[in-house]
Design a protein. Structure first.
Ligand SMILES: O=C(O)CCC(=O)C(=O)O
Length: 308
């Protein structure tokens, strides 16, 4: 997939290489299916004028808007991520913690827990967001300003999940979230909302500044001629430590991963994912959105979710 994606700069070029690959006897049907999904006709559900309207309402039409500072844009371009600082108040955070803890109990530990990480998929479009408590997770203008800087105005929400490192767990191998094609223009931007403070000890995310510019996925990288040990520390990696309520946002080409929570408390985080309007979503939003959530959303929120 990576080879085909990187074989051309345009989708037309990639389609031509994919057509050739499909004729091969050893073509991998899963790879073909995934690439075809990506390279099909534009997959935006709403006309692009809706997201243009939303960006205008949020003051984000102009790339040089004042929702982000020049220093933040520079740090994003240079390092591949930016910490936007605390954007949620303590009372919001306390309500969110209670909401997530209750949802984990309701969904059941078996369904939610994966190797010591409590997870709930699609949080912001589920009934748990009927009152809008989680709306800032996908709608905060500062977060959307970062997404807009990386992807342009034609962006959309593609998924969200709650991610809670349980005491003793949380370590992940170093990875990039766009598993193929980390060369060229990014297709995805991800945000991590700190529902609890991230410290050196409690499983803060590690990132390797600047790796979004390497064009190499860590799983395809060699160290002294041998495949990289994805579980080992990477030269130059830093932990993103920050106050509860902060949001850090990264280009999905950036190398990063969760670290072990060495405290006796939960490390709660909420992730939100964004892609280009015309590309496929990880979540089929119209299929999973709760009717009451949908009904209370206005035109700007619906444009970001790309649902009408
Ligand atoms: O929450 C974190 O610390 C990072 C999680 C992550 O990178 C992932 O689940 O892919």
């Amino acid at each position: 997939m990576t080879e085909i994606w990187n074989s051309a700069d345009s989708d037309a070029g990639r389609r031509a290489v994919l057509d050739e690959y499909k004729r091969r006897a050893d073509a991998d049907p899963r790879a073909v299916r995934l690439l075809e999904m990506f390279l099909r006709e534009p997959l935006n559900r709403l006309p692009l004028t809706e997201i243009e309207f939303a960006m205008d309402q949020l003051g984000l039409t102009d790339e040089h808007n004042d929702v982000l500072s020049d220093a933040e844009r520079e740090s994003l371009d240079r390092d591949g991520y930016v910490d936007l600082g605390p954007l949620l108040h303590e009372d919001q955070l306390q309500k969110m913690r209670e909401r997530y803890d209750a949802a984990i109990v309701e969904e059941g530990a078996d369904a939610a827990e994966k190797r010591g990480i409590g997870r709930i998929m699609d949080t912001v479009v589920k009934p748990m967001n009927r009152d809008g408590l989680l709306d800032p997770i996908f709608m905060h203008p500062r977060l959307l300003a970062v997404v807009r800087h990386v992807l342009g105005v034609h962006l959309k929400y593609i998924g969200s999940n709650y991610h809670c490192a349980i005491p003793g767990y949380g370590h992940q191998g170093i990875h990039a979230d766009f598993s193929w094609g980390v060369k060229g223009e990014p297709q995805v931007v991800n945000a991590v909302w700190l529902i609890d403070e991230f410290t050196e000890e409690n499983g803060a995310t590690r990132v390797v500044p600047g790796t979004h510019r390497l064009g190499i996925h860590p799983s395809g990288d060699l160290v002294n001629g041998a495949p990289r040990d994805l579980n080992a520390p990477v030269d130059g990696e830093v932990k993103v430590t920050a106050r509860a309520g902060s949001c850090f946002v990264y280009n999905a080409h950036l190398w990063h991963g969760g670290t072990q929570n060495c405290t006796s408390k939960l490390r709660r985080a909420q992730h939100a994912f964004f892609g280009r309007s015309t590309r496929p979503s990880s979540t089929d939003v119209p299929a999973v959105i709760d009717k009451q959530v949908f009904e209370r959303l206005g035109r700007v929120a619906r444009a970001i979710l790309d649902i009408g």
